[in-house]
Ligand binder design. Structure first.
Ligand code: GLA
Length: 821
């Protein structure tokens, strides 16, 4: 009897436990190879962003997840019990130096919310001038993973705590729990934990075992006006949020390595660091550029450089003079590489295998995609690069054995490229690899340590592009990508000498380590700035939808330019809720893996925003005549045709593509003061974007974030959009195709739910070449603005081209075959 009861009881417990245990997905972006995530006693390593790892649980709290990692990495844990997902994202906060005397010291300045850390005598103090901040290094505590000694190089002292408890508003250093010491034996190590904003850190005494909101953390109690010194205070206090800033980073809060084609129109927006302003630029030997201040008091308030880049190839530089708030001056150097051989002067346009096929790729299927691209007019529209994402290689973990999977690609990668070229000779092929031990699918080896071998192999096959991921990393992001950047540069030196096309290097570390600050210098021409995009309108931090990604990238406009672009990831247009990994959204489980997908307005908004923000345009939808959903087996019967006429019209609209491919290479500015949209994954209000285009033209986009129409429309003053209130502009509404003339202000009329309207503005003057065209019936002098290149003019008597530089054009006669400046 007893036995029966016991067996029933065990069965009951087992049954009840399983009744309430749910399938949880564990995913991670940027998990270093040596990091470990522990949940309910089980250890997980090498977790990727695809949601490949599952476990059973009733409920998961953040405190149930422990993470161990060193190497200067921080992490953020999100336990989402509604969608049954646990996400652990890793971020490189700093690179530790091996010791005080290390050959390579990674030096930082540290900023609390109100000021920078510096010394005063032998005491800790603060300054509002970045130039006066102390240089700090971090040294790993070899006995305790994840703990670091903090050493002030300027003061030559360790920063330590005398007691690991919350202090008060001490007004003297000796009364504070945080002090400096020059004795290494007295030094104590600290926990440096990434805060939920994913940007700042909390610095907690290493001896604190369990960290919570009330734990003591290094804090600037009282702020700068109260005479208090730095002390330990509650971690939850906002004055416990520190920024660790690379001290070698440029002194400008914008791109400092710029590119141009010879003699091209050029623009560089100079955003100064907080507390500084641009006062002048010394252009040295460069004659075609000028500094402008007409945006200092409006919009995003910056000075900018504009004009014509040098016509000779070469490395140029100019020096920006900056003034601190106390009147002192500093300079920042900008490099300008002028070359005909740039990886990607405008954003890459292509198609990636991942979000439709995931692992299930092959020669025949992807050739079918190439044929679809050709048939549907996408190649003619400019989509010319096909990228084989993860799982194209033979399954092995041995880096020395990396080669294609001959079951998937029986003719090899070069055979696949040949086949694509038969479809259209302009097609190029890219491959995927990873700056770690294995790729994100843990399927094929990464390329860390094998950069030259692998890139030479890809080059020998005729591959023209690399997408380089960051799962299972073995070193910090910057040095890992620099190593591949050097290997790509070697290939490009040879290709340049041999008259080949440039090899393109796309960096994919999901924005975790602020690649916009270093990825161009590391040799890349575009870098993913967000986690993997998902097929939803908003999404969340670990799975951004259309707006989730845009809300991150819109603040990075000052880091984009010719040959350096923020990548918003693959577009979901044409997936119709049937894609593979892109389907892994919050509600993906509720309907057998099928989600609704984007509405036609949302799809046009995605195209509009990707183009305005100068993102590479990467498609991933199935373009074959009779598609089948390999990655998404639960999709069942596919609608036919899967790709609608509306999709193709959206993707091939020449005007919106011209906004993306404009050779000035600017990313649209988010015009915060003109927008009412709420960021933070909300669907309220509208957002306004402005993009400078060549020949003085501008593109303006207004995006309705919400599910309700804005019936009264949006009216914007042109003066607020960096335009002249008095000038009459010719305006084209890209999606309706309508043209009109306006002065003073722009009124959008009704904006449908999720609709983005995009307008191209040209001043009558700025389109001078067109007005010259219409007047070509008479000899005379005409004003025109154009780049130094040939422009075809039709419908005139014998005149077929004009060559010139901006200025005044003398047209000598009707019968001439060419017109000279
Ligand atoms: C990462 C990338 C994706 C894709 C997958 C492949 O998640 O961000 O774009 O390449 O890996 O495994």
């Amino acid at each position: 009897m007893k036995k029966v009861f016991f067996v029933s009881f065990v069965f009951f417990v087992f049954f009840v436990r399983n009744l309430f245990a749910y399938d949880y997905t564990l995913s991670s972006a940027g998990m270093p190879e040596d990091a470990v995530i522990t949940i309910f006693g089980t250890e997980y390593r090498g977790v990727n962003a695809q949601g490949d790892v599952h476990f059973e649980a009733e409920k998961v709290e953040k405190s149930d997840v422990t993470v161990t990692c060193g190497g200067g990495y921080g992490y953020v844990v999100v336990a989402d019990n509604v969608n049954r997902q646990v996400n652990v994202d890793f971020y490189q906060l700093f690179i530790p130096s091996a010791s005080i005397k290390a050959d390579t010291l990674y030096q930082y300045v540290m900023k609390m919310p109100l000021a920078y850390l510096c010394k005063s005598g032998n005491n800790l103090s603060h300054t509002t001038s970045k130039a006066k901040a102390d240089k700090i290094i971090f040294i790993e505590d070899t006995k305790n993973t994840g703990l670091y000694y903090i050493y002030d190089l300027t003061a030559q002292r360790y920063i330590y705590y005398s007691s690991a408890s919350v202090g008060g508003n001490a007004t003297s250093q000796t009364a504070s729990n945080v002090r400096m010491t020059n004795l290494s034996l007295s030094a104590k190590s600290w926990k440096i934990l990434l805060r939920d904003d994913r940007e700042t850190v909390s610095i907690v005494p290493g001896s604190v075992k369990t960290v919570n909101d009330n734990s003591p953390a290094w804090n600037f109690t009282g702020g700068i006006d109260h005479g208090y010194v730095l002390n330990l205070y509650k971690l939850s206090d906002s004055n416990s949020a520190w920024s660790i800033i690379d001290s070698s980073a440029g002194e400008l809060a914008c791109a400092t390595s710029l590119f141009s084609l010879p003699g091209a129109e050029y623009m560089h927006r100079l955003v100064a660091c907080e507390g500084q302003s641009v006062v002048d630029v010394d252009f040295g030997e460069i004659t075609g550029l000028k500094l402008f201040f007409d945006r200092k008091d409006c919009g995003n308030r910056y000075a900018y450089v504009r004009g014509t880049a040098p016509s000779e190839e070469g490395s140029y530089s100019y020096t920006v003079k900056l003034q601190n708030s106390d009147g002192s001056l500093e300079t920042a150097r900008v490099t300008l590489t002028v070359s005909r051989f740039l990886q990607s002067p405008t954003p890459m346009m292509g198609w990636l295998t991942w979000n439709w096929f995931a692992r299930a790729i092959s020669h025949d299927k992807i050739l079918g995609i190439a044929e679809g691209m050709q048939r549907l007019g996408l190649v003619d529209a400019g989509f010319n690069t096909i990228v084989l994402d993860d799982c194209w290689a033979r399954q092995t973990s041995d880096k020395s054995q990396l080669t294609y999977d001959s079951a998937k690609f029986p003719q090899g990668i070069s055979g696949f490229i040949d086949a694509c070229r038969k479809v259209n000779p302009s097609l190029k092929v890219g491959l995927y690899s990873d700056a770690g031990s294995m790729t994100c699918e843990n399927y094929q080896p990464g390329s860390y340590g094998y950069e030259t071998t692998h890139i030479s192999l890809f080059d020998s096959w005729g591959v023209d592009m690399l997408k380089y991921d960051f799962c299972n990393s073995q070193a910090d992001a910057r040095s890992s990508y620099q190593a591949m950047g050097r290997a790509v540069a070697e290939v490009n030196t040879l290709r340049h000498q041999q008259g080949g096309v440039p090899f393109v290097f796309n960096i994919c570390e999901w924005g975790s380590n602020s690649p916009w600050l270093w990825a161009s210098e590391a040799g890349g021409s575009s870098w993913r700035a967000t986690n993997d995009a998902r097929e939803s309108w908003i999404g969340n931090t670990s799975r951004p939808g259309v707006l989730g990604g845009v809300d991150v990238v819109r603040d990075l406009w000052m880091y984009a330019g010719v040959n350096r672009f923020n990548d918003l990831d693959m577009m979901c247009i044409g997936l119709h809720g049937l894609g593979g990994p892109s389907n892994n959204t919050a509600d993906h489980m509720s309907n057998g893996g099928i989600i609704t997908g984007l509405t036609p307005e949302q799809a046009r908004s995605q195209m509009s925003l990707w183009c305005m923000l100068s993102s590479p345009l990467a498609l991933t939808c199935d373009l074959r005549a009779t598609p089948s959903a390999e990655a998404n087996t639960s999709a069942g019967k596919l609608p036919s045709p899967l790709i609608t006429d509306a999709d193709i019209a959206t993707l091939t609209n020449a005007d919106i593509i011209s906004v993306n491919q404009d050779s000035l290479g600017q990313q649209a500015e988010y015009m915060a003061a003109l927008s009412t949209g709420t960021k933070d994954y909300a669907t309220t209000g509208y957002d306004v974007y402005l993009k400078d285009l060549t020949r003085g033209r501008k593109a303006v986009a207004i995006c309705n974030r919400g599910a309700a129409a804005i019936t009264s429309g949006v009216t914007l003053s042109l003066a607020d959009l960096y335009m002249d209130a008095e000038t009459t502009y010719t305006v084209k509404d890209i999606w309706s195709g309508e043209e009109s003339k306006i002065q003073g202000s722009l009124s959008t009329g009704k904006l449908k739910a999720y609709e983005t309207k995009v307008y191209i503005f040209s001043a009558a003057e700025a389109t001078g070449i067109e007005s010259a065209t219409s007047k070509l019936q008479n000899a005379g002098t005409y004003k025109y603005f154009t780049e130094n290149k040939e422009i075809m003019i039709s419908g005139t008597s014998g005149i077929t081209s004009i060559t010139g530089t901006p200025g005044t054009l003398r047209i000598s006669g009707l019968s001439g075959k060419s017109v000279k400046p």
